[in-house]
Write a protein that binds this ligand. Structure first.
Ligand code: F6P
Length: 544
């Protein structure tokens, strides 16, 4: 991969000049001046209608952003990404979650070997296992069929599976799904308290099988299980997903019950692998396969579409525009579907763990902003919670609005109410409300002029708040696969432009090391060298 500081490109300098011209321009005027604006900035692809026209951009902005992508050699980087080059250079690994959803006849080489046949083998194992659990062929140790499945994992071994399982709840079968992630004992005990060991299946999911939270939760669950069940029955109820086969066996999992994964799949991009076993169990293998198929279609779109019509590229470049030129620090993602409740938290890991880096590919401190802060909640709940700040606060918060044309239960009244809000919010964020409009409205309500003068400033909305409207036909496994993959590739593009390594996460290590050290101090009830604040806190804690 090329190593290009984006600020040294011609496009960056031109964008800086261009920004000066545009920073105070109002989108209201841009729409008034150009009747074709919406069409010019709308991308239609398969069942996706993505309107980017409500952004603080002109056609020149788009051209310059694309020039930046070209100067940063995005096209070469995309080739390296899909062809299995070790683009995760700090860990010397390829980044190939795309191989997990590639066509079965594809040839994708890692260290000289085509990995697609192994991927197919594991998929077949997922299919067979899911079918047997769902149809009751595979039973618990007393001969009863399974009713509950518990996924024990954290980070990428939890967030993807739980987010997709909840997003596709409509397609779910009879199995009740549970997710234990936090090392907080109350989380594990609250989850298992009503479970019946005879009818519960446990999936221990950890790429490394060294993660403290997962091993601790798995140990607690195993002990709880063994209180009422003979040890020889563990193999009927515990399976594991990992790259670390030795450690899994040492934990006491039957090798037949191990679903392998590979070091070239990053944790936060792993839901397409056996890490997604809980998804396949919850919605059935065919639906899981459709999810992967949706992602594959997005991969093809990303790989083969000119940048001007390329969804991940366009979305990524808009983030660069706001983050690096407008200095917007955060972005909101608002799904207008309660099913997508966990989508913003899933994206928080995917985006912030990937692009939360301050050192470039030369190992030097960057002089420009990188990873944005991601947050959000489903609409319309978010409107009644934090939208006030987006509309009238002092911060610029570009927002993605994700909506579906059709509801799943077909309740037209609710769907129209939901979607009226979806469209209204982007319109309000664009246009705002001027002082004249406020005055006119108050007058029509019979307010006296002095009262109008007093109250008007508080009722004015400046507008000019950027939004992306991502409108999809219907929430299905396939469209969900497309949506997730779209954001995955957006992350990749941003990492290339910012010249950072998006696929490691060294920043989470220090806290883990210190927690282990503190844990050993708890064991001996001694407090070693710490800063005075931490020392006092530890003493206070140990005093209980
Ligand atoms: O939080 C750091 C991290 O390494 C994530 O990247 C990963 O998804 C998570 O921990 C869990 O790791 P594992 O699957 O190895 O238990």
């Amino acid at each position: 991969m090329k190593n290009i500081n984006p600020t040294t490109t011609n496009a960056w300098s031109e964008l800086k000049d261009h920004y000066k011209k545009i920073e105070n321009a109002h989108m209201r005027e841009m729409f008034a001046q150009d009747g074709d604006r919406a069409d010019k900035f709308t991308l239609k692809w398969e069942d996706f209608y993505v309107d980017l026209s409500k952004n603080r951009i002109t056609e020149d902005t788009r051209d310059l952003l694309l020039k930046l992508a070209e100067e940063c050699k995005l096209d070469e980087a995309i080739d390296s990404y899909f062809s299995g080059k070790a683009i995760n250079q700090t860990e010397n690994r390829p980044v190939l979650h795309t191989a997990l959803r590639a066509d079965k006849n594809a040839d994708i080489k890692v260290r000289g070997e085509n990995v697609v046949p192994e991927v197919q083998e594991v998929k077949e194992k997922i299919r067979a296992f899911s079918n047997e659990i769902i149809d009751g062929t595979r039973k618990g140790y007393t001969g009863k069929t399974f009713t509950d499945v518990v996924n024990i994992g954290i980070g990428g071994s939890d967030l993807g599976p739980v987010m997709v399982t909840e997003s596709l709840e409509f397609y779910k079968n009879h199995l009740k799904m549970h997710f234990i992630s936090n090392v907080d004992g109350d989380h594990v005990h609250e989850t298992i308290k009503d479970l019946n060991p005879e009818t519960t299946l446990f999936l221990i999911v950890s790429k490394t099988f060294t993660t403290m939270e997962t091993l601790s939760n798995a140990t607690t669950v195993r002990e709880w299980f063994l209180k009422s069940v003979p040890e020889k029955e563990v193999s009927k109820h515990f399976v594991a997903v990992s790259t670390n086969l030795e450690k899994v066996e040492a934990f006491g999992i039957d090798p037949k019950n191990i679903f392998p994964m590979w070091d070239w799949v990053g944790g936060r991009f792993s839901l397409w692998s056996a890490v997604g076993l809980s998804i396949s169990l919850a919605i059935g293998y065919d639906n899981f396969a459709s999810l992967l198929e949706g992602a594959r279609k997005m991969d093809d779109h990303f790989k083969n579409t000119p940048f001007k019509e390329n969804l991940p590229v366009q979305l990524a470049m808009l983030t660069i525009w706001y983050n690096n030129f407008f200095k917007a620090e955060s972005e909101a993602v608002i799904p207008y579907s309660q099913y997508l409740d966990k989508f913003p938290s899933y994206l928080q890991q995917a985006i912030m763990e990937s692009n939360g880096k301050s050192v470039d590919r030369n190992g030097e401190k960057v002089s420009y902003g990188t990873g944005t802060i991601i947050w959000g909640e489903p609409g319309t709940n978010s409107q009644h919670a934090f939208f006030q700040l987006i509309h009238q606060g002092t911060k610029l918060i570009p927002t993605d609005f994700i909506g579906f044309k059709k509801s799943l239960f077909g309740d037209k009244v609710h769907q129209d109410q939901l979607m009226a809000n979806y469209f209204a919010q982007t319109e309000a964020l664009l246009n705002g409300k001027t002082a004249e409009e406020v005055e006119k409205e108050l007058k029509s309500k019979g307010f006296a002029q002095d009262e109008i003068d007093r109250i008007s400033p508080f009722k004015v909305f400046e507008g000019n708040n950027p939004t992306n409207t991502i409108l999809i036909e219907k929430l299905t496994p396939e469209s969900m696969g497309k949506l997730i993959a779209m954001y995955e590739h957006k992350i990749f593009v941003q990492g290339i432009i910012w010249n950072i390594f998006s696929y490691d996460q060294w920043g989470v290590e220090l806290g883990k090391q210190l927690a282990n050290k503190i844990l050993s101090e708890f064991a001996t009830k001694t407090v070693d060298e710490h800063d005075s604040s931490t020392k006092n806190l530890l003493k206070f804690y140990l005093d209980k």
